[in-house]
Every structure is written in structure tokens, then in C-alpha cells.
Design a protein around this ligand. Sequence first.
Ligand code: SF4
Length: 247
Amino acid sequence: MNILNQFDHYRTLRVTQECQLKCGHCPLWKSEVAPHPIWDSLFDLFKDDLFVTIVPPTIRVIDLIGGDPFNEPDLEKILLFLHKKHIKIRLWTHGLTMRSQIQSVLPYLHHVYLFFPAPNEAAYYHITGFDGFSQCKDTLEFLLANQAVTLNCPVQTDTIQELPEIYDIAVSKNVPLMIHYDPDLFTRESRQYIRRFNRMKNVTVLQHRPRNGKQCQVVPIHMQVPSSNRKIYFKETMNRIRHKIQI
Ligand code: SF4
């Protein structure tokens, strides 16, 4: 398979389609074909510098997504490879993986986006079909002590009411929060509510485009800056403090 198929012009590398969660709107786990690695051995493509020859040299940062990237057996090797090429990595994960696995890749990461869709066990289970809220919170604590991290919170029509509680958790942990939603799926009233929330709380709220059905559905790919832009950054605002994420 051509690795370029895995890159769009936003520099996203999807390393796996496997994920432990079953989010209601995600096509990956519903596919009749069982989730499978995209390549027999993804790392083969990174050997012999094939990766470097086919990826534009302007790329300085890559968003590594899945599924969940920790399901790719060669993740650490891939990250090490990219690290040696001075490419910065933003990793998008649900964080429900062994601590040792996370720890082993931290030296190669620039930023982690932790999927944080809900503020309590019941809502987390409702959204993801997995009883993982405690583990998600443990991972957050670990990351806060070791790594730049942002909470990645996709808003869905049936979880919009959770926003204030998620916001309170983010404030209490002093961690940036990024909220994103597809406006086409919401009623006018709900869109107004989200806009009011944005104004009153001064937290980053992004709108996202429909995504490629082969990737994790909770990554707001649209926010990334085209690779031709050498000054790559985006801003997050939390609690009236602006975080400039330089990448
Ligand atoms: S949307 Fe993302 S986190 Fe949810 S099941 Fe799909 S791949 Fe996993």
C-alpha cells in the first residue's frame, strides 16, 4: 500500500485502524472487516529512508492518529525514526494503554491530545462503550506531570450537556481544553449554546469538517495549518489565558 494514501495535505499519519473503544459514530469498529493494521509491517516503510523520500521536506510536524496509535506494534520505532529526522509529533490517543507503553514514547513526543469526551464514568461509557474513565483520568494525571497535554473533547448532540462539567475538570487540573463539533449536526439552539459557552468560558471551540471514514473520528483534522506555512502554531485559550502551541 502506498504510504502517501495515509497522508493528506495536513500531514496526518494514520498508523492503525485498531482501537479499544466503540464510539457510537465511529465506522472503524462497525466495519464488517475486522480492524486490521494498515500495513503488514508499517515500519518497513520507514526503513531505508523511503518515508523521507516520499514525504515533502517542508513537513516539520506530524499528527499521529489511528484508531489509537498505541495499537501499532512498531509505534516506538516509528516515533524514534521521526524524532531523528527532527519531525515533531502530536499524538492523538484515548490514553487507555499501559503506563509503561506511554512512558516509553514520551521522549519522542511534542504534544499529546488526550481524548476526553466525558466528565464521569457513566457518560464515558455511554459515549465510548468502554468502562475507561478512571484509566483516562489516571493517564491525564501522568501526562500532566510529564508531557505537554491538551484535552480533546468532541461534542456530540447527546453529550452537549456535559460541557460545563468537562470545563470544570480542565480548570481544576489547569490543562488546556479543545472542544470541537460539527455544526451541521446540531440544532440552532444547540449551536447558540456552544457559542455562548465559548464566549462565557473563553475556551477554544473549533468547528470540524466530516472526516475520512478510515480514521479515528474524534481528531479535528481541519485545525492543522497547511505544510507550506513555516510558522506552524495554533492557539488555545483556557480560562482567559492564551496558550500558543508552537510546533
Ligand atoms: S472514534 Fe476514535 S476513539 Fe472512538 S472508537 Fe473510533 S477510533 Fe476509537
